[in-house]
Design a protein around this ligand. Structure first.
Ligand SMILES: [Zn+2]
Length: 205
């Protein structure tokens, strides 16, 4: 399966649009992000003041790791990347940036300077964020927290070597917000909240 990237450029004569990337399904067993993004993109008539890039599904396997048995969110070439056992749930590959999904994102983010990256996961019911030295990060995390009714949490509680949060947020100071949805939430109910969030980042943020 090819990774799909949908691009919507500012159509409101905004002279200083922000570049925002929204990514679903980094872990294959957390599928709700694809539904939320695809549902939103059905709405074709939108006024957009920022430049929005949506990847509904990054990982086409149906388990946490990708089809090559690598956790994409441990495969980024961070300073703290580490080699673990292959059967580990968080195995980050034999070397960093080995996976097509990781390379796809790294190429994209080398080509376009993103002001914000938002990723959609389950199941922790928190808004996690990295890139705290960027003034956008914490206010945006709080705003997202209001839309979704999950608390913000700067530290997810366990080390994440090779993660996107470390690669983009900690090491490159790009605000990256990791939304951890309730895995038991009814997707259509969750979408009502995400619709408001997506509209906000397209128009008001
Ligand atoms: Zn996840």
């Amino acid at each position: 399966m090819d990774i799909k990237l949908y691009k919507f450029l500012n159509n409101a004569n905004n002279k200083t649009p922000k570049n925002v990337l929204v990514i679903g399904v980094i872990h294959g067993d957390e599928p709700v992000g694809e539904f939320l993004i695809e549902e939103y993109l059905k709405n074709k008539e939108r006024t957009i003041k920022n430049n929005l890039y949506y990847i509904p599904r990054l990982n086409f396997s149906n388990k946490r790791k990708n089809k090559c048995n690598v956790d994409i969110n441990r495969n980024f070439s961070t300073k703290n990347w580490e080699l673990t056992k292959k059967d580990d749930d968080y195995f980050g590959g034999l070397e960093p940036n080995s996976e097509i999904e990781t390379k796809f994102l790294v190429n994209l983010t080398n080509e376009i300077k993103f002001d914000v990256i938002i990723t959609i996961h389950t199941p922790y019911k928190i808004i996690n964020y990295d890139g705290i030295n960027n003034p956008i990060t914490i206010p945006l995390a709080k705003k997202i927290s209001e839309f979704l009714d999950y608390p913000t949490e700067a530290d997810i509680g366990y080390p994440t070597p090779g993660s996107m949060g470390t690669y983009y947020g900690v090491e490159r100071n790009i605000p990256i917000i990791t939304i951890e949805c309730d895995e038991n939430a009814e997707p259509k109910e969750l979408y009502k909240k995400f619709k408001n969030l997506f509209e906000y980042i397209e128009k008001e943020f």
